[in-house]
Design a binder for this molecule. Structure first.
Ligand code: ZN
Length: 228
């Protein structure tokens, strides 16, 4: 699977174009909050064969341009089922974050995914790992080489857990489950550069509690949630 990253919008969110190399079929992963991603994708030559839209979570910067993308590509759209309560607030999230001009309609969801589900993109199977904490239903999509983590994990950091509907205790468990996956997986985050699970397990200061639990040496850890 080819992973192309486009960093767009006021929040500099990483959106992705995932392409199954055997069939050329593509998926958009996350949307930005403006028409910028649509314009970028429509300018690509050759035009991508977009078959689906995948959302990691329902925050404005990741899902806010869904209607604009669906106007251009009327394709099946996937959202974690547990993300519905947050997704439903999209029309007012701009106002919630002090930017009412960014209030956006929700757009259409066709498929609600759960932990352990798979999504087929051509010959590529994407697996779903539910990683709530930053949001109620945040999920990751992964193959045997790459994982798209939304705002679960960043190079050297993790997603904020102080937003409405965040839960730091769930984040603790989600990070443990994420770090049970193979360390060679390339991590494509919602913000910032590419990393790997192995590099984060050793160097990420927010994962000190996992290093302690597993008896691993690494960077000093922050205590950021109860029990960490
Ligand atoms: Zn977010």
């Amino acid at each position: 699977m080819q992973v192309r990253c486009f960093t767009v919008g006021a929040f500099q969110v990483n959106t992705y174009l995932l392409t199954d190399e055997a069939t050329g079929q593509s998926a958009i992963l996350d949307t930005g909050e403006s028409a910028e991603l649509r314009q970028i994708l429509q300018s690509l030559d050759p035009a991508p064969d977009i078959r689906m839209i995948l959302l990691t979570h329902g925050h404005l910067d990741h899902a806010g341009a869904l209607t604009m993308l669906q106007e251009a590509w009327d394709v099946p759209t996937y959202l974690p089922a547990a993300e519905v309560p947050l997704f439903d607030t999209l029309p007012m999230q701009g106002r919630m974050f002090g930017m009412p001009h960014l209030d956006r309609p929700c757009g259409r969801i066709d498929h609600y995914v759960h932990d352990g589900d798979t999504v087929q993109l051509g010959s590529t199977t994407l697996r779903v790992l539910s990683t709530p904490g930053h949001t109620p239903g945040q999920c990751c999509y992964y193959t045997d080489k790459d994982i798209l983590v939304g705002d679960t994990l960043f190079a050297g950091s993790i997603g904020r857990t102080d937003f409405p509907m965040s839960d730091p205790r769930k984040m603790v468990d989600s990070l443990r489950r994420l770090m049970d996956l193979p360390g060679h997986l390339r991590v494509h985050s919602g913000h910032g550069p590419v990393t790997t699970l192995a590099a984060e397990l050793i160097g990420n200061p927010f994962l000190g509690f996992i290093r302690r639990e597993r008896g691993l040496q690494g960077a000093p850890g922050y205590s950021w949630a109860p029990g960490t």
